[in-house]
Design a protein around this ligand. Sequence first.
Ligand SMILES: Nc1ncnc2c1ncn2[C@@H]1O[C@H](COP(=O)(O)OP(=O)(O)OP(=O)(O)O)[C@@H](O)[C@H]1O
Ligand SMILES: CC(C)(CO)[C@@H](O)C(=O)NCCC(=O)O
Ligand SMILES: [K+]
Length: 246
Amino acid sequence: MILLVDIGNSRLKWTQAEAGVLKPTIFMDYRQADFPERLREFWLSIPAPKQVAMASVSENALTILLVDMARALWPGVELIMPQSSQTAFDVKNAYTEPEKLGVDRWLALQAAHRYYPGDTCVVDCGTAITIDFIESDGRHLGGLISPGLFLMKKSLADNTAALPFSEDQADTSLAIVTAAAINNGTLLAAAGLVEAALARQPKAYQLVLSGGDGDMLARHLAVPSIVDGGLVFKGLLNYCRNENAS
Ligand SMILES: Nc1ncnc2c1ncn2[C@@H]1O[C@H](COP(=O)(O)OP(=O)(O)OP(=O)(O)O)[C@@H](O)[C@H]1O
Ligand SMILES: CC(C)(CO)[C@@H](O)C(=O)NCCC(=O)O
Ligand SMILES: [K+]
């Protein structure tokens, strides 16, 4: 078994890979006080992994906590922590400073290149919305970063007197009450961003979505898309030896 860990900006996501097949993802809020205990209990209940692969775009302290926990639970376990680089698994990073590209974006690009070959636009709709374009030959063209839906709504609530934070259902129609106006406005901002990014390219790209709001965004886009919430995990798996072994 290989333990795969994606430390995002708001949540920790982890899963087990057995013979290359991913189990359901466990999502955890790492800001809760009892998070380390809850995670340790979870990890005590699973078979000892041969390898632990981690991707982190979060604070170092959290990464260190998780590394220490894995080492304490499974002494001698092999830890794999990929970093963004110039090229990996036939993907060429477009950034002028390749190591500055978020490792979540880098891993998602590698997974997209492997599992969704072709000219592809990879969108992660999480804390941030990231949009990256990759050509069928593995050349990354670059990307875009915007606040995600939660942050858009939170910044409205935090910076105005009259606007509340609302998590009601959203669509892209015109609203006649405040909460719907915010939910629909921010959803249309996200959908419009993705549609505009695609429309401004000189050719067509297939669209692959991931992230906590990926499903919701997919339902409201005017263009077809594939939703795959496992892109970062699949990218991590590339870096593991014997990925097909149990
Ligand atoms: N407390 C919360 N903070 C932020 N987002 C939340 C929270 N609760 C629910 N969400 C939802 O999850 C979305 C974030 O998705 P996701 O879980 O992929 O983000 P993440 O864990 O921070 O990962 P990443 O950093 O990779 O984007 C938000 O836009 C929001 O809709
Ligand atoms: C953009 C986020 C926050 C998305 O999770 C992450 O990929 C990150 O911290 N990136 C570093 C900056 C960059 O990718 O240009
Ligand atoms: K992300």
